[in-house]
Design a protein around this ligand. Sequence first.
Ligand code: C2O
Length: 577
Amino acid sequence: AAVVEHTFVVSQVNVTRLCKETLVTLVNGQLPGPAIEVTEGDSVVVHVVNRSPYNMTIHWHGVKQRLNCWADGVPMITQCPIMPSRNFTYRFNVAGQEGTLWWHAHVPCLRSTLHGALIIRPRHGAASYPFPKPDKEIPIVIGEWWDMDLAQLDRNTVNGVLVDVPTGSTINGKLGDLYNCSAASASEGAVEQEDGFVLEVESGKTYLLRLMNAALFSEYYLKIAGHTMTVVASDANYVKPYATAVVAIAPGETMDVLVAADAPPGRYYIAALAIQAPEPDVQVPLTITRGIVQYTTNVDDVPAPVMMPDMPNQHDTTGSFYFHGNLSSLRRHRVPARADEHMLVTLSLGSVCRDGGQSCARSDSDESIIVGTMNDVSFRAPTAAVVSLLEAHYYRRDDMAAAAGVELRALPDTPRRVFNFTDPAYIPYGPKEAPLEPTEKQTMVRRFRHGAVVEVVFQDTAVMQSDSNPMHLHGHDMFVLAHGLGNYDAARDVASYNLVDPPLKNTVVVPRLGWVAVRFVADNPGTWYIHCHFDFHLSMGMVAVFIVEDGSTVDTSLPPPPDDLPKCGSNKGGLDL
Ligand code: C2O
């Protein structure tokens, strides 16, 4: 196995989109950032040089980091952040996983421009893919362009100011020809179109598109006019080949799809459309982006018109529900037949008082803030702590954690209040204008014994009035056993569990007004984030930490932290490790 080494210089760069310069934070000046390409079993070494004004961490989304939680890259959870003008080197290996993953800054909203592909090829080469060997592989990152300060966007979200929407959708950082400068430079009357993504193909060849959704805001439908796609993997796990005209991909997910260039030579649009729940009616002016699939064969004979695919209705969230329900694992799994721990976790919104108290006018945005919740509690990041949660855990110093300002609370296994979760007519809290549960912000953790089989049912609630919620678990893949619309009912729904070939995912889509049941084995010691991959929900506190204890009978202890692990703010002494 090889050592694959990269240097990531994080700095601010002016980027022009829609005739307007915006200062954004990039890795090595690239958007998307550099792709890391490795072979299964390789070691990855990434030197992060932080020349940005922000505290930074990089997360290797979907990499299991077995016995290596230190490299997971979550600020204050697995490490103190890399402060401006400091460096840190991430070291991990990618054994036992192959397919498409990605990396991103784990700094809410900034990850809109700080992300890239992480591609893991099989140890024995492309010939050992469990599908026909593609002629070419192309990483495709779906994302968004925001012509605003992303740090400000995050502050707005944390303060419950939810008015901002992206300027547009992107494929590999490009807005495409549906966008032009007419609005931006109306005074000059210039209409300048944006460049789009172009994929050149040759008739008869097959392409493996490695799709990632790096958007903060939206799940996407992706189509290519005149072509079918065959999904062969998701979240770096192979799935049974599934031929479809449309792919649905939520923030955090990856999909590997094969496309055969078998249409009459010509030019075809590849289009990505942001999915938006029918309510509330958020007005996003431009939600579709398109690039071109261009046949190089007989290019001179190609007439000008480009075929546009028929896109699904963007308010139709059920297309994603059925798409995800059609994924199954390529191979049979030995899914644990029963779970040791059961949790029912509602995803919802609540309100906290700005003054930190309990009584305030919940309908008044001067007095209260809307927060994201899991089982009715909103996560408080331990930002004032002097060590990360993982260090406190590793040194067995829960008292130290408390002294350091990390007050941990247990995430309840069931929602505080049981009601008809998915009926919009029935929301139990307060008047219709402010139907939010009064709640508080706490650093919520759930501890699991090493090796425990954990079943979690995520239940969406009508309070959310939103799209599907992509829930991402760090350090583990989850078997997706079943999903449904409406309220989960164990007596009825356990019978529908797929214990034979459920897909394995690190990001599971909780359908709008529905539920999904997952099982995973908590076999990786550490402090693992679990959160919604919509950045607004993450910033708003739809987060918890799963702590997997070291094994008592088998030695699964974490190795000590790397020597150069960043320290938190230097002025807080008194707690020597
Ligand atoms: Cu891709 Cu915790 O995130």
